[in-house]
Ligand binder design. Structure first.
Ligand SMILES: Nc1ncnc2c1ncn2[C@@H]1O[C@H](COP(=O)(O)OP(=O)(O)OP(=O)(O)O)[C@@H](O)[C@H]1O
Ligand SMILES: [Mg+2]
Length: 434
């Protein structure tokens, strides 16, 4: 809010300053310098004295009158040569001086005026100028008044702008809150804005879009769940039938075939289990939190791994302690990362757990082929696997990382992948304390 308002404030101030200059220049061009006008009014008594009292004297009395004025006045009246006066004045004022007009010097608080144009008052009077100094000219007050006027106009503009941007800002904030919640998986988040709000049409469209997305996601989840669930029964029947068939025959060739088919069916079975597991994670249910000893969890996960060649080193800092989490879900995520490392490592896997303030980080690294930078986001998509031929040999459906990320996201954490100094991939799980 403050930022938007500050920008508006700066903009309004800038345009008002710009407008002030434009007004000043336009006015001076069209009607003469307004400051000159003010100064002329302030010096009007002295000008009046010269024009209406001194000048009205007979030619031979003109100097005497001027001297009388000098005696009684606080203003200094000097007679200076025309050339000298011309050198004090800017080129734009010389025309007026030559014509015999009063020319003001606002900064010098003085004015200049030729004694006369034809030398009628005394010998050489056409070449002399009256220079009146110490005039009561003070334009700073006028400038201050002008500034106050513009500040009041600026404030009068800013108040409605502030009110207007405030109502916008509040609306936008509630929209961004909805977007955050929706993005974090809370599909029921809606703006529900008042029709009187200035961004109501936008909020209404976003709510409508959220409705549609929620519908689509729910129906997709339901479909995935139902299909996986429905597949279980025929798979179980197939398993049973294959077993019966195996028991009924002595043909070794057929036994081999049946064993291969049983392998396929069991693969199908584990795919269905994985899909059902994923559908459960997608259901948006909050994980059941309990206090989990992280070091113990890592060792349990390690113990449950299939026996593999790579050497696994777990380096768990003593202060890692416990976190509030669903041990089963978190164990599953870590197990998926470790299984991958086992599949792809050449000889070494390193697991490092650290506490960093209110977060716990767990890094799983290996010395395998690693993951090219442009694939690092895609490997978390369901069924996405790198380099088909390599992966086919390692087995798997491409669901492991997707499940791991969903499980960690449900805990408010995140999973990232980078390169490891061991040479392979480095998966980093960051979990908030709670
Ligand atoms: N440690 C790793 N080193 C190199 N590549 C990896 C590593 N972990 C994952 N990958 C790549 O990411 C892909 C996706 O991993 P993911 O765990 O989702 O699937 P998967 O291991 O192939 O199958 P699943 O986990 O379902 O059994 C893998 O196929 C592999 O190509
Ligand atoms: Mg995997």
């Amino acid at each position: 809010m403050n930022r938007i308002f500050f920008r508006f404030f700066m903009l309004v101030m800038l345009s008002i300053s710009g407008a002030t200059f434009v007004i000043y220049f336009a006015m001076s061009r069209l009607f003469g310098d307004p400051l000159d006008d003010i100064a002329r009014r302030q010096a009007s008594a002295q000008i009046f004295l010269v024009e209406q009292y001194v000048d009205k004297a007979r030619a031979d009395e003109w100097l005497a009158r001027l001297n009388r004025v000098r005696e009684v006045s606080d203003t200094r009246y000097d007679l200076i040569p025309l050339q000298k006066a011309r050198s004090f004045l800017p080129a734009t004022s010389l025309g007026a001086l030559d014509r015999g007009d009063v020319v003001l010097d606002i900064d010098g608080k003085s004015f200049y005026r030729r004694v006369d144009l034809k030398g009628e008052r005394y010998i050489g009077s056409e070449d002399e100028v009256i220079h009146a100094q110490d005039l009561p000219i003070d334009v700073s007050l006028a400038l201050q008044m002008e500034a106050v006027r513009y500040v009041i106009v600026a404030l009068a503009l800013l108040v409605p702008i502030a009110l207007w941007s405030r109502s916008h800002w509040q609306g936008l904030q509630s929209l961004s809150r909805v977007a955050d919640e929706f993005g974090a998986g809370k599909l029921s988040a809606r703006a529900h804005m008042q029709p009187s709000s200035s961004i109501y049409p936008l909020a209404e469209r976003i709510d409508h879009m959220a409705d549609r997305i929620e519908e689509l996601l729910v129906s997709q989840k339901n479909l995935l769940h139902s299909v996986s669930h429905e597949l279980r029964t025929p798979i179980a029947r197939l398993e049973f039938a294959l077993e019966l068939l195996g028991a009924k025959t002595d043909d070794p060739a057929l036994h081999k075939r049946i064993a291969a088919m049983e392998g396929d069916v069991s693969e199908l079975n584990s795919l269905v289990s994985e899909l059902l597991g994923m559908a459960r994670l997608d259901s948006g249910q909050a994980p059941q939190r309990e206090t989990v000893e992280l070091a113990a969890l890592l060792h349990t996960v390690e113990a449950a791994l299939p026996p593999g060649q790579p050497v696994l080193a777990i380096d768990c800092a003593p202060d890692v302690g416990t976190i509030e989490a669903d041990a089963r879900l978190l164990g599953r995520a870590l197990s998926n990362l470790l299984r991958n490392a086992q599949k792809y490592a050449a000889s070494t896997i390193r697991v490092t757990a650290r506490r960093e303030g209110a977060r716990v980080t767990i890094a799983v690294e290996d010395d395998g082929p690693g993951i090219p930078p442009d694939e690092r986001e895609r490997i978390f998509e369901p069924f996405y696997r790198l380099d088909r031929s390599r992966d086919r040999a390692t087995g798997g459906f491409g669901l492991g990382l997707s499940i791991a990320r969903k499980a960690v996201l449900l805990h408010g954490g995140l999973v990232q992948v980078t390169g490891s100094e061991l040479g392979g991939a480095r998966f980093l799980v960051v979990l908030p304390q709670r």
